[in-house]
Design a binder for this molecule. Structure first.
Ligand SMILES: Cc1cc2nc3c(=O)[nH]c(=O)nc-3n(C[C@H](O)[C@H](O)[C@H](O)COP(=O)(O)OP(=O)(O)OC[C@H]3O[C@@H](n4cnc5c(N)ncnc54)[C@H](O)[C@@H]3O)c2cc1C
Length: 419
């Protein structure tokens, strides 16, 4: 027997975005709402700290909590995956075959990590010096690999084609590894290489300039327009293909002692094949209101949506109140607002104890929250990353509070002109 249930608000995905919007809806709604979250996983992760775990400065256990402990009181938890979407009939089929219908749908199942797109990677991940902070099950192995480095070691970091979540993460671990080797006095004896698919190190030019200097300071050789295509764990070698420049189309086999991989990423299959998707497979929403462009009772936020902001939890923090206010406005028969400006933040760990707190909005405009030079490596930024943001995530964001420092839009003009 297949069952069918109806909710006023149905949320797909109980990650950073799903829990935040559910909690915020509960807090803001003046009438009790019938809300449920569809989420198959038992564990929820604070992913922004994965870099710190890989660098040996944050316990892995502190990134993880039970989903059940985070679902807000009064919100239903459907322990299944959303399998197919029928937005014309306001209904979703679950992995178990049941259907669920809704008045309003909020879609936030994140991105898929495409480990299998790189030949040989899945078979050797977590062994043979092949590590990734993108995998909760092997991020502590990154730290094992870093500690095992010695004079003469060859270290390779990779960055896939955009979009992928946290566009700073592949280079953050490169700088922390280099700083670790520097503190041990063997940095100059090691060979560090960073292979990037894009022709630039970071998509916001203001910060890219600083980051090029940081890489140079450590002697990290940056190879633009190179894509990882294969990994051979037994011979400890990685194959890259040049995707631009004079060697375009050529393949290079690079030996390594440690290889840190950021996997290519894509929309989940069930989204890609649904009527909600745009041509690239992402949920097609208005970039300011987060409302679906074809189905007005559908919203999306977080990593799965088509907006061009950096895919970060920081973006979710700013998108969630817009989605929540708009759903409540539609319920009240009011018109919606278009308040999301593309804000994202990436605390770039340039050394142990130092962070460049990159904050920006659509168009790569720099919008710092603090009255400090945003390009400067700071100890305060490190404290914010290691202590402040995790506290904010667990105790404010996931509880539906929206008390956060606003980003400084008045700064935009100054920085954009000087950059
Ligand atoms: C190594 C690393 C470093 C990062 N660093 C930072 C940082 O410094 N700052 C920052 O702001 N962000 C950072 N991020 C990015 C940040 O964690 C993500 O952008 C954020 O978690 C996105 O939230 P989300 O809810 O869209 O996706 P997620 O938090 O990934 O949650 C998606 C949820 O949807 C569920 N789901 C998937 N498919 C389905 C389905 N079919 N049906 C129902 N549920 C489904 C999943 O189980 C999951 O629980 C980092 C991420 C990584 C991996």
């Amino acid at each position: 027997m297949r069952s069918s249930k109806h909710y006023q608000v149905l949320i797909v995905g109980g990650g950073a975005a799903g829990i935040t919007v559910a909690a915020s809806l509960r807090r803001r709604a003046t009438q009790p709402l019938d809300i449920a979250i569809i989420e198959p996983a038992e564990e929820h992760y604070y992913q922004p700290a994965f870099t710190l775990v890989g660098a040996g400065v944050y316990p892995a256990a502190r990134t993880q909590r039970k989903v059940g402990s985070l679902i807000p009181p009064g919100v239903g938890w459907i322990r299944a995956s959303a399998a197919t979407f029928d937005p014309v009939n306001n209904s979703i089929t679950l992995s178990c075959g049941d259907t669920v219908s809704y008045d309003y749908l909020i879609v936030c199942p994140g991105v898929r990590l495409d480990w299998d797109k790189i030949t040989g990677l899945a078979a050797t991940l977590g062994r043979n010096g092949v590590c990734s902070n993108y995998s909760p099950s092997c991020m502590t192995y990154t730290w094992d690999c870093i500690q095992a480095l010695k004079s003469g070691s060859r270290v390779v970091f990779t960055q896939p084609p955009l979009p992928f979540k946290c566009p700073g993460a592949p280079q953050k671990i490169a700088y922390l590894t280099a700083d670790y080797l520097r503190r041990r006095g063997i940095l100059q004896d090691c060979d560090l290489n960073f292979y990037i698919h894009a022709p630039v190190i970071f998509s916001v030019p203001y910060f890219a300039r600083e980051l090029v200097n940081v890489a140079a300071r450590y002697g990290i050789k940056v190879h633009y327009q190179h894509n990882l295509v294969a990994v051979d764990g037994s011979s400890k070698s990685a194959t890259f293909e040049a995707v631009g420049g004079e060697h375009k189309g050529q393949r290079f086999v690079i030996p390594f002692d440690m290889l840190h991989v950021c996997p290519p990423q894509s929309p989940p299959d069930e989204i890609k094949t649904s009527p909600l998707a745009n041509a690239a497979g992402w949920v097609e929403v208005n970039q300011n209101s987060m409302q679906h462009v074809r189905y007005p009772n559908v919203f999306a936020l977080g990593d799965v949506c088509s907006t061009t902001n950096s895919k970060t939890a920081a973006a979710v923090r700013k998108q969630a109140p817009v989605v929540v206010r708009n759903v409540l406005r539609l319920i009240a028969g009011e018109s919606i607002e278009a308040d999301y400006d593309g804000y994202a933040s990436c605390p770039l760990t340039t050394a142990y104890g130092k962070v460049i707190l990159a904050e920006f909005i659509y168009g790569g405009k720099v919008t710092p929250s603090l009255p400090l030079n945003p390009s400067r490596e700071s100890r305060l930024g490190w404290w914010i990353k290691v202590v402040g943001l995790p506290l904010m995530y667990w105790h404010y964001m996931l509880k539906g509070y929206e008390w956060f420092p606003g980003h400084n839009k008045a700064f935009i003009g100054d920085i954009a002109e000087s950059s």
